[in-house]
Design a protein. Sequence first.
Length: 151
Amino acid sequence: MRESDDPFLFELYAGTRASEMALVPWTDAQKQAFLQMQFTAQKNSYAKEYPEAQHAVICRDEEPVGRLYLARCQDCFHILDITIADQCRSKGIGSLVLKGILQEAIQAGKPTTIYVENFNPFMRLFERLGFCIASVRDFTVLLERRPLPLN
């Protein structure tokens, strides 16, 4: 990931907040300012909390289609974020990236974890890949995939 990726990454992030932004009575300029502030805060928070994490743009045919933030910690592989652009979803891209992470974690003998909201529509994908609920706090769920071979 490079600074030049920021416009794409911002648009990707804004897309994840579109339904939320549709509910607030703000001007477009206010929404844009809020989203930019939140995007920057998230980026800085990940960099501070996980300085060694991989921050990557996911590409298909050399075109950016998503992002992956992955921390290969001492005790687990923790997916901080994986997002695929709306128009590229349901094409197997996310599954392919996740399977690659899981295969690497299996070889390292480490579990893979990710936090998601309990209303996240991709919970089914994580369940299909063998993730189980490790803990729940309010609407946030920690999913964990033990380092067992993929089906």
